[in-house]
Ligand binder design. Sequence first.
Ligand SMILES: *Cc1c(COP(=O)(O)O)cnc(C)c1O
Length: 418
Amino acid sequence: MNPYHYKNNQLCIENLAIKQIEKTVKTPFYCYSQSTIHGAYQSYTSNLQQLDTMICYAVKANSNQAIIKTLADLGSGADVVSEGELRRALKAGVQAQKIVYSGVAKTSHEIQFALENEIFQFNVESENELDLLNQVACQLNKKAAIAFRINPDVDAHTHEKISTGKSENKFGIPISKARDIYRKAANLEGIIVQGVDVHIGSQLTDLAPFQMAFDRIKLLVLDLEKENISINVIDVGGGLGVNYENHENVSYGIEAYCQMLQKAFADMNCKIILEPGRSLVANSGLLISKVIYTKQGEDRDFLIIDAAMNDLIRPSMYDAYHDILPISNSNNQATYDIVGPVCETGDTFARNRTIPQMNEGDLLAIATVGAYGSVMASTYNTRLQIPEVLVKDQTSSIIKARTDYETLINQDSLASWQ
Ligand SMILES: *Cc1c(COP(=O)(O)O)cnc(C)c1O
């Protein structure tokens, strides 16, 4: 499901030519298709009708207010991992009772803020966090509804930096210790035990690890019931992969995943929470950039573009592949290393990539950047944070303006003795 197509050899997002956006927004910039996000959300809801579900969009994938609101308007909740994300979700109009709070290092201040806002659930990742949560809840005379994030010791077969469900990862409570901690929590004054949570990693290319994790979680829920600890909520996390390459390498879609969920949990009588991030927003986004220079090296040609690793870090951080498309299509092909201006060899978007031939001043689009793109941007090399644009049919709207040098530089101040 791509948001883009060519019309008269001009790349369009929805029904708007990229060239048209570029008349008023200087490159580099992100643009997102709203209808692609709608489509992804509806793939979930239309395939989950046999379960009582709540979709909590994992805000960290793209936390722009307009993106969160796009999903909140469809009924989505939010999965947040910090006070900042919680504030963003509330401000964008997500109901507190549709918010779950994940993350390994919630501080007492963050916990207090979340309790005061009466969110739906804390996903607790350790015994120490449980103790702190109980303590803060008691002080505020509140009760914290919790699920424990269980580490099922399943290999998600994904990039090591985004695998979270193996016993060596920092996430969650080992499944072997789960029963003890549930027993403890059930007796705490400030805690209401309501759920079980699992999230084994991101960009999974296969359904099998999900199935294995869900089987283990199901057994745990049945075990807990024998001990009179009743579980009403099963939070299955996110992690669905998207196809970054024009040849498909993710072996399933949202529909197949949902069918598996329905099968796995049909007989459980629980509310099922999903926390998709990437699979809701990745496909919607393009990063538009301009060729500053072409350069002939000894053994290869370079395209030096105005976007850099600080705008999109996935290629250098995860060795990620992104399709790169010309804005004006042509038949002549050429092979390039496509690199940014930052003083790091890692500032490379593609090596040895064959695409239609490009010249200085031409525009190109880096595809599938709606998730973990702009949210991971920095101002490294004192580069300005780039704009984001939301597109709906033939219209576009700036949803984040470019910062200016004054604002950026004035964030620093001299030391008192200077
Ligand atoms: C990152 C994260 C998600 C979302 O993962 P995706 O791979 O983007 O779907 C969901 N839940 C938790 C706890 C996460 O950390």
